[in-house]
Design a protein around this ligand. Sequence first.
Ligand SMILES: NC(=O)C1=CN([C@@H]2O[C@H](COP(=O)(O)OP(=O)(O)OC[C@H]3O[C@@H](n4cnc5c(N)ncnc54)[C@H](OP(=O)(O)O)[C@@H]3O)[C@@H](O)[C@H]2O)C=CC1
Ligand SMILES: N[C@@H](CC=O)C(=O)O
Ligand code: NA
Length: 428
Amino acid sequence: MKPVKVGLLGLGTVGTGVVRIVQGNQEDLSSQVGSPIHIERIAVKNCDKPRSIEIDPAKLTTDPWEVIRDPEIDVIVEVMGGVDATRQYILEALERGKHIVTANKDLMALYGNEILEKAQEKQCDVFYEASVAGGIPIIRTLIEGFSSDRIVKIMGIVNGTTNYILTKMSQEGASYDDVLKEAQELGYAEADPTSDVEGLDAARKMSILGTLGFRTNVELRDVSVSGISSISKEDILFAKRLGYEMKLLGIAESQNDEFSISVQPTMIKASHPIASVNGVFNAVYVYGEAVGETMFYGAGAGEMPTATSVVADLVAVIKNLKLGVNGLKQIVPYKNKKLKSDDDIYFKNFLLLHVDDKAGVLAKITQVFAECDVSLDSVVQQANPNNPAAEIIIVTHDASKSSMNKVLRRFEELDVIRRVKSHYRVEG
Ligand SMILES: NC(=O)C1=CN([C@@H]2O[C@H](COP(=O)(O)OP(=O)(O)OC[C@H]3O[C@@H](n4cnc5c(N)ncnc54)[C@H](OP(=O)(O)O)[C@@H]3O)[C@@H](O)[C@H]2O)C=CC1
Ligand SMILES: N[C@@H](CC=O)C(=O)O
Ligand code: NA
């Protein structure tokens, strides 16, 4: 049996796991695909770096082009990260008829469409299961498992670092700064954690899921994003007291082929299954018109979980090679893109206001809500010994995003409101 030859770009956390699985499970993998799988060449930054796995030094190169241009190589597994140069490597590999497996969410979120179109033109596979929720087979599920259904809603905890931080803040009352430091020390956060904590990493992943779920080209710029860096311990306590957990949720919704997509800290009802996803774990909740509620849970990052998805993609490419059907299973979005306007995006809101503690304040505030057509679910006023202002906690019924924006603009002009201390989306 002729071996299938693989070129690996990157031998870091994920690449090491890929080699471990391909070496360790060779017998099982080759019996599944009908030929041995050989990792022929590996591009790294530093060939002399000590590695935790045994690698023939002759396979290593610091030049990814050597791997891309090697005519013997059938499949490129890209686990080195980066966007601009990596895009060139992948486009060139496709031009040469090589199939691609990648874990690169940054690349797929920004250039996925271009890469998938090139793959279709060249009848090549591009699989990217590890790019969203590392070890959870969510991309395959959206493409295959839900091919018959119309997806209405996708809610995801797709960033482990922020979920770890929020879990620690919620369960241990820890402060944001302390837990972020801990997450960095434990290696969960990206080298620069800004993209984790400001929601960009989650936004990239949600744009990939939105594209697959709604069959339209959901771009990163379509995702309205806010991160977790301004959440206080107090906000989390309020959430708990009202029966919610605070999570950084990606939420994509579609009705009549118009969609909205966002990533933001969200108070989710504690009884919702996604509210109990804690620590570095990820979960994706998918609501389909026919199937109803489903949820997928597991490790979103880490060497072996992520490598599991990468190698499963490799197996899929090789099975397609054997059948001669590569390039047939891509979802290149085919629907015209229609983004919902703010008038049509509805959700509940939590507000914590610091206000003057005097007669008539509540009436002025509720009048603004009424004039902006926002109906209230609950209003609670409380005294805080550490705060000379009165604190008013408001939960609205579903309100349009544009109406809520109107409320917030009116509050800026209302003299009795000292500060809108917190404003969160509420789900469930
Ligand atoms: N880590 C995780 O849990 C997850 C990662 N991902 C994605 O997987 C990809 C890889 O991540 P990860 O393994 O953590 O990254 P690492 O930083 O651990 O590894 C990157 C690897 O690529 C090599 N490399 C980097 N730049 C170059 C270059 N210019 N030329 C040649 N080799 C290069 C490095 O070489 P050297 O070893 O010599 O430094 C290293 O082996 C990224 O796209 C990431 O977003 C996706 C899901 C989860
Ligand atoms: N930094 C990311 C790693 C995986 O994509 C995360 O925290 O989820
Ligand atoms: Na995945």
